[in-house]
Write a protein that binds this ligand. Structure first.
Ligand SMILES: Nc1ncnc2c1ncn2[C@@H]1O[C@H](COP(=O)(O)OP(=O)(O)OP(=O)(O)O)[C@@H](O)[C@H]1O
Length: 267
């Protein structure tokens, strides 16, 4: 079977912060190919450069050197209109859902904005239908939540609301940066399963950023292991986890003794 097309790729991407003795190379000469409909995990310890790379992918930070290509072309992100166009195709969810929401808006407004953002002119009836569909996709009830503010929701409900928004916006690429680190194990498995469902529903490319190699193995097709700003190993999840080559990958895996057993994330 033909491998899906490469959607997002990087060639020798480097990010350096600061100057002189404050100089810090957060991402050092990384290259990658992320394919359409693929779930890719970027795994590494705190400070390894994962979030810096995610911000470059999103166009929130510029590369110091190297190049990121979208659909095989260099990205043009100079004007506001360019960035708006790019952000239609690439969206992110972060570990702290509060950072993604305007806390002064009620749930209904947060969802309605997704329709507006796409420039869709729909009847009130159709808009309600879309918002209800998005909520039921993540097992939330629109009728119960539409009049609430984000702070009135539980952490798990907020994460699900973020995924409902992604369902409505249906970007081509979703970057999920530690989206389950602030919720309990039971909600974690639900969120991960919803990410898998999103991929099924929209053939989305999902870039899952985590320090947890076990979670990465559970969700991904492909894994990139990141140490001190560099990719030290990458490949199909089974190959990387079942036959690791690099000492750092071996160390990460040895910290998860039950990785080879069947996963029950709700325990
Ligand atoms: N704006 C910045 N200015 C200077 N240094 C930075 C900046 N942002 C990140 N760094 C440094 O770059 C390195 C990589 O940070 P980054 O946040 O990308 O790592 P991470 O793998 O995402 O870590 P975590 O899992 O803790 O979020 C760290 O040493 C960090 O201190």
């Amino acid at each position: 079977m033909k491998r899906p097309d490469v959607l997002l790729s990087g060639k020798n991407v480097t990010k350096v912060f600061g100057y002189g003795k404050n100089k810090k190379t957060a991402v050092h000469d990384v290259s990658f190919d992320f394919h359409e409909g693929e779930i890719v995990s970027i795994v590494g310890e705190s400070g390894s450069g994962k979030t810096t790379l995610a911000k470059m992918l999103l166009g929130l930070l510029s590369e110091t050197s190297g190049e990121i290509l979208y659909k095989g072309q260099p990205r043009s992100l100079k004007s506001h209109a360019d960035r708006k166009k790019y952000w239609k195709d690439i969206q992110a969810i972060f570990q702290d859902p509060f950072s993604s929401f305007n806390v002064f808006y009620k749930v209904e407004r947060l969802l309605r904005d997704c329709i507006k953002l796409q420039g869709l002119k729909l009847s009130e009836e159709k808009q309600l239908e879309m918002m209800k569909d998005a909520c039921s996709f993540v097992n939330l009830k629109f009728e119960e939540l539409h009049n609430k503010y984000p702070f009135e929701l539980s952490g798990g409900q907020m994460q699900r609301l973020m995924i409902a928004r992604i369902f409505m916006l249906h970007p081509k690429i979703l970057i999920a940066d530690e989206p389950t680190s602030m919720i309990d194990a039971c909600s974690r498995s639900t969120i991960l399963d919803m990410l898998l469902k999103l991929r099924e529903a929209n053939n989305m490319t999902i870039i899952f950023i985590t320090h947890d190699v076990g979670l990465a193995y559970y969700v991904s097709d492909t894994i990139y292991i990141m140490e001190k700003g560099q990719f030290v190993e990458s490949g199909p999840a089974d190959e990387v986890i079942l036959n690791p080559q690099h000492p750092y990958t071996k160390q990460l895996i040895s910290d998860v003794p039950k990785i080879h057993e069947e996963w029950n994330l709700a325990i």
